[in-house]
Design a protein around this ligand. Structure first.
Ligand code: M7G
Length: 230
């Protein structure tokens, strides 16, 4: 098409510019297959009581295995990819590239900080007992991303997901310029907000309602429907 100063073309990029990054999950469970299928989603508002009576029993019976997380913490996998580790068993963590990031450019930088403690499932478990851990992740995570990638804290989006897919506490560090999947207001909770909310009220994340999206085929959605919450 050609019109004044505007033209359109069909191009075939050469092979070296044509890479497609792929992720293979094998063997995949039914739950994995569902996670990657396109589905309608519904927003659920979960009270603290709903968490204890509906969500917690559900995640205890059906959540994804966190073996891959333990492999990272025990250096059985991805050891060479670790960007920083604080080995303290109480406030320490491992910082490494998320497997969604191909590490080719900083525009879509994506790292995760995985805590050494194995007793914190999600945001819902956090109280003032965890403030040191959270501030440590924020401070040292930001310092080490600046050191390794030259990206300042003001260029980062640092947050937790609720609900996460994997119930072992971890924090997402993404480039601010990158609209990462799951960084919307219905799922992402900025680490700095989380710290301040807990400083104001230690029981903040046990008592308040939290909203999150659930896929139409998610069994947790059926549990909320059965309980008359949707
Ligand atoms: P999440 O909030 O629990 O779930 O985040 P989500 O996948 O729905 O966002 C877990 C994060 O860990 C995600 O950003 C995943 O891309 C990342 N991740 C998952 N697995 C299985 C691996 C892995 O084996 N290695 C690494 N490095 N990252 C992973």
């Amino acid at each position: 098409m050609s019109n004044d100063i505007y033209r359109t073309y069909q191009l075939q990029p050469p092979a070296h510019l044509n890479d497609i990054k792929t992720t293979v999950i094998c063997p995949a469970t039914e739950k994995h297959v569902k996670k990657y299928l396109l589905q309608e989603t519904y927003l659920v508002e979960e009270t603290g009581e709903d968490y204890r009576t509906i969500t917690l029993p559900y995640i205890q019976s059906q959540s994804f295995s966190v073996q891959w997380v333990y492999n990272i913490l025990e250096k059985k996998a991805e050891a060479e990819r670790i960007v920083y580790e604080d080995p303290d068993q109480d406030v320490g963590f491992v910082l490494l590239p998320d497997f969604k990031w191909d590490q080719k450019q900083l525009d879509n930088l994506y790292l995760i900080a995985i805590v050494h403690r194995r007793d914190i499932k999600s945001l819902r478990d956090l109280t003032d007992m965890h403030l040191l851990l959270l501030s440590n992740i924020r401070k040292k995570g930001e310092e080490n991303i600046l050191k390794r990638y030259g990206l300042a804290a003001s260029k980062l989006r640092v947050y937790l997901h609720y609900q996460p897919s994997y119930y072992h506490l971890h924090v997402h560090f993404t480039a601010l310029s990158y609209e990462a999947p799951g960084c919307g207001v219905e799922r992402a909770h900025l680490l700095s907000d989380v710290i301040q909310n807990i400083q104001m009220d230690s029981q903040y994340y046990q008592s308040r309602s939290l909203s999150f999206p659930l896929r139409a085929d998610d069994n947790l959605l059926s549990k909320f429907k059965e309980a008359g919450k949707l």
